[in-house]
Design a protein around this ligand. Structure first.
Ligand SMILES: Cc1cc2nc3c(=O)[nH]c(=O)nc-3n(C[C@H](O)[C@H](O)[C@H](O)COP(=O)(O)OP(=O)(O)OC[C@H]3O[C@@H](n4cnc5c(N)ncnc54)[C@H](O)[C@@H]3O)c2cc1C
Length: 449
């Protein structure tokens, strides 16, 4: 049978665009099918510094710069209960810069998709939907529907980058919720929200309060994304509309309510629920899943877009090797699966800890020996906290300050034994932190200007 394309990519989000770009740059013919007409609203707006080298490797950095996204130099976290706050500024001296971007995804995803579509060998079908696929020994037949009707496309390989839809998992696999992370998110864009001056304007802000936490992501210009991640029980206990629940939560988080005084909501309130899951299988004979179609843990560390793009880049390298050898069995992609699993595991642990009050207290109030000697005298006394909370908070702080998660990136140096090893050895972690302690970062327990 004649093939129409080498690789069919389902989905034109960051994962799909990255896969299409890498595969085409490796010399394959790619058909990318995206269901929605762009620009379209999407959640996942705060990037990590580790995204930057990836954008450069894709060759899209100039287009991203032209788009004029606001620069993010760090993250501010405030806990309403204790009134503690801390600003984590990304540290220099890493293989990535000490900054990232905050991006309206309607615009960012368009830049990545345009870049993918401009690669020789890429055919973009948009808006069009992959409705069914059938694998055989030599490839895959995909039924694609667009405004003109339905047709069958023949490919030798499939990349599932369909995001939370989990195209393959929902048809021939499983999607399991991650225990303990049943959450609901409510989010919208505002015009006229209060801005911070200077370099801190673009920082993401996280406001923790009794029912969950808010993100505050400023974009270039006057638009700000404000989203609330609620414990599922908090959402269940309340009746009424999504808008009413969102308004109620805004009212319960004082700092967010103040910052939005006089601001106008310019989008509907969007929702996402049960977004912490993993799927299986991740790979198979003639297919690989990337990004959210594999796993999503929690938005707290802003890892989603990076994981989507990095997993797509890693998967593409394996796919190119498979084409070179003309062998497409699932076992060829075992290394890819292990890398994803190993990378995700520590974060699952962090996330569970993050929702413990003791963890947050340590995170926002570093132990005196981690401060610059000049700051130690001024260290406030802290009540005794469980050792695991201290260890986990130290690791989490280290990751936040490093500005990224090294786990998926093969060319970058990782601490001996990986992040996982640091987790189980708090003493080792402490001495490691002493070496990398961020003397330059700014602590602010007195609120923010
Ligand atoms: C509440 C919340 C907050 C988040 N905040 C952040 C954040 O601050 N920073 C961050 O990095 N990440 C964040 N994320 C995660 C981020 O949204 C995702 O990880 C990221 O978008 C994954 O990219 P992707 O390419 O895998 O999937 P997506 O971006 O979802 O792209 C998938 C695409 O596939 C298309 N598609 C699906 N099915 C089909 C089909 N059958 N045919 C054709 N096309 C199809 C869809 O239209 C979509 O465009 C957040 C997630 C949640 C839930």
């Amino acid at each position: 049978m004649i093939t129409d394309t080498d690789v069919l990519v389902i989905g034109g989000g960051p994962g799909g665009s990255t896969a299409a770009t890498c595969l085409a740059q490796g010399g394959l013919r790619v058909t990318l099918v995206e269901r929605e007409a762009f620009p379209r609203f999407h959640i996942g707006e705060s990037l990590l510094p580790a995204n930057i080298p990836l954008l450069e490797r894709l060759g899209v950095m100039d287009r991203v710069k032209e788009a004029g996204f606001i620069t993010k130099y760090g993250a501010y976290i405030h806990d309403q209960e204790t009134d503690l706050s801390y600003t984590f500024m990304f540290r220099p001296g890493k293989p990535w810069p000490p900054w990232a971007f905050e991006v309206p995804r309607a615009q960012f995803d368009g830049v990545l998709l345009d870049h993918a579509a401009a690669q020789p060998g890429v055919t973009l079908c948009q808006p069009a939907q992959v409705e069914n696929v059938a694998f055989d020994a030599d490839g895959v037949n995909a039924e694609i529907r667009d405004a003109a009707g339905s047709r069958t496309l023949r490919a030798r390989f499939l990349v599932d980058a369909s995001g939370r839809d989990g195209f393959l998992a929902s048809r021939q696999g499983r999607r399991e919720p991650i225990p303990g992370l049943g959450k609901v998110a409510l989010f919208a864009h505002f015009r006229g929200a209060r801005r911070w001056p200077g370099k801190e304007e673009g920082n993401i802000r996280l406001y923790v309060f009794e029912d969950g936490w808010f993100w505050w992501i400023p974009f270039r210009g006057d638009v700000t994304s404000v989203g609330c991640v609620l414990h599922a029980r908090a959402a269940r206990e309340r009746e009424g509309s999504v808008e009413a629940l969102y308004e109620e939560m805004l009212g319960r988080c004082r700092a967010v309510a103040e910052g939005l005084g006089g601001a106008e909501r310019i989008t509907p309130v969007h929702t996402a629920a049960n977004f912490s899951y993993r799927t299986s299988p991740v790979v198979g004979d003639r297919f690989v899943c990337v990004g959210d179609s594999v796993v999503f843990i929690d938005p707290i560390f802003s890892t989603g877009v990076f994981v989507a793009m990095q997993s797509a880049e890693l998967a593409s390298a394996e796919i190119l090797r498979a084409f070179r050898d003309n062998r497409f069995a699932a076992r060829r992609f075992g290394g890819y699966v292990r890398r994803i699993q190993r990378g995700i595991r520590p974060f699952t642990r962090f996330i569970n800890r993050y929702y413990e009050p003791a963890f947050l207290e340590v995170l926002l109030r570093p132990r005196p020996n981690l401060r610059h000697p000049r700051q130690r005298d001024r260290a406030p006394r802290r009540r005794r906290l469980p050792a695991h909370a201290v260890a986990h908070a130290d690791v989490a702080r280290h990751l936040l300050l490093a500005g990224t998660h090294q786990y998926l990136a093969p060319p970058l140096a990782r601490p001996a034994g990986g992040v996982e090893a640091l987790l189980v050895n708090a003493n080792q972690m402490r001495s490691h932190l002493m070496k990398v302690a961020p003397w330059g970062d700014r602590r602010s327990n007195q609120g923010h200007p």
